[in-house]
Design a protein around this ligand. Structure first.
Ligand code: KG4
Ligand code: ZN
Length: 365
């Protein structure tokens, strides 16, 4: 079965065709990074407008290898995400499904990130790896979400713990902005950290013992304090939720590199330790790393090492399937479709859709 999948929940316009939930026949992503970078973050209204202009060219490219009618169903991200951005994709998907007379499947964005591990990595088509065995423990770390989930079977995802404040990716983005490293912050911090030393500036770790929850706001504030300590006259601050550099003081590149490395190490230490603990408690048979922050090399290698030590297989998608894309939506949709979870024409965007919540036409809070 071939599913044409669409993803527009944030700032990537993406379309893909995925066969039987695993084989990627096409995969196209139009990134809006440049559009939003001058604002230091995603501007929702601009994102929605850009989806409207990007959707047709992205779709045309995605359909090239299979032809205009080369799909059996249409899948789209229902939520969570930016309301206007989700609406463009959903309306577009409805139009295609209606015109083609094919069923429409709604997908949860975070479930899709997990299902990126079901996709056959490029180059492995002739010898596909086995998909993750259940129960699987998934660490999902993106720009908007950070949580640990038990995946007992298809469609049976239970959140064990989540962030109480910032998502991991959000913390990367805010700290990068404070350090003048630009947007998106994750790759920028990772690059800067390569030239730094993680132990030179000690930063805290928020263990939140006895829970599988996370918190990154204290760490973010600790980074700010270090900058204030080193540059007392710079008056740098996290203005509201958005850190702003209030002066034109140029930070010493080595100081920035050391702080970036210390910050990255603190985030990775906590994520890895809590994931391993949860995997043990669940009796997991595999561990999955998912979401945009899964592109981080330190996180990938540190978690892989600990998971292998547990004797479990470790799944992390290739970089191209870690950040927002439509192939992962096509994978999740296949198993949803198998479960009979197709949707009607009343499908609406659900900006705050929760995992494990049955998706409805209404937009639940
Ligand atoms: O999953 P995603 O593409 O979009 C959301 O659904 O949020 O994740 C984007 C997030 C951003 O916060 C970005 O800074 C972060 O993933 N990210 C990284 C890296 N690449 C992207 N964080 C750390 N290291 C990276 N290499
Ligand atoms: Zn995402």
């Amino acid at each position: 079965m071939r599913i044409l999948a669409l993803e527009t929940s944030c700032d990537e316009t993406a379309a893909a065709v995925v066969e039987d939930g695993r084989r990627v026949l096409s995969h196209v992503v139009a990134s809006q990074v440049e559009l939003h970078s001058r604002y230091g973050g995603v501007v929702p209204e601009l994102a929605a407008r850009a989806h409207i202009t990007n959707l047709i060219p992205v779709l045309e490219k995605a359909l090239e290898p299979v032809g205009r009618e080369g799909f059996d169903a249409v899948a789209v991200t229902q939520g969570p995400g930016l309301p206007g951005a989700l609406m463009t994709g959903i309306s577009f998907a409805k139009g295609i499904a209606y015109a083609a007379g094919k069923p429409l499947v709604a997908v949860h964005h975070l479930e899709a990130h997990i299902y990126a591990s079901w996709l056959i990595p490029p180059g492995r088509e002739a010898d596909p790896p086995d998909p993750p065995p259940f129960p699987a423990l998934a660490l999902v770390v993106s720009g908007g979400h950070t949580f640990l989930a038990a995946v007992r079977d298809h469609g049976q995802v239970k959140v064990l713990g989540q962030t109480l404040d910032d998502a991991a990716g959000e913390a990367f983005d805010k700290v990068a902005r404070l350090l003048g490293l630009g947007y998106p912050g994750g790759p920028a911090i990772e690059r800067a950290a390569k030239k730094g030393h993680p132990d030179r500036i000690p930063l805290p770790r928020a263990w939140l013992s006895g829970t599988y929850n996370f918190s990154f706001s204290g760490l973010k504030t600790a980074v700010l304090r270090e900058v204030q300590k080193a540059y007392p006259s710079a008056r740098m601050t996290f203005a509201g939720e958005r850190p702003a550099r209030e002066s034109s003081v140029r930070l010493d590149p080595q100081f920035v590199a050391d702080l970036a490395a210390a910050f990255q190490q603190s985030v990775v230490d906590v994520l890895v330790e809590k994931t391993v603990r949860a995997a043990r408690a669940l009796g997991a048979r595999s561990v999955i790393l998912a979401g945009g922050v899964a592109a981080n090399q330190l996180l990938r290698s540190a978690l892989e090492e600990e998971v292998r030590r547990l004797g479990l297989p470790f799944y992390v998608p290739p970089l191209t399937f870690c950040t927002d894309n439509a192939a992962m939506v096509g994978a999740a949709a296949f198993y949803r479709y198998e479960d009979g979870l197709q949707r009607g024409w009343d499908l609406a965007a659900a900006p705050a859709l929760r995992l494990g919540q049955p998706s409805s036409g209404e937009a639940p809070e």
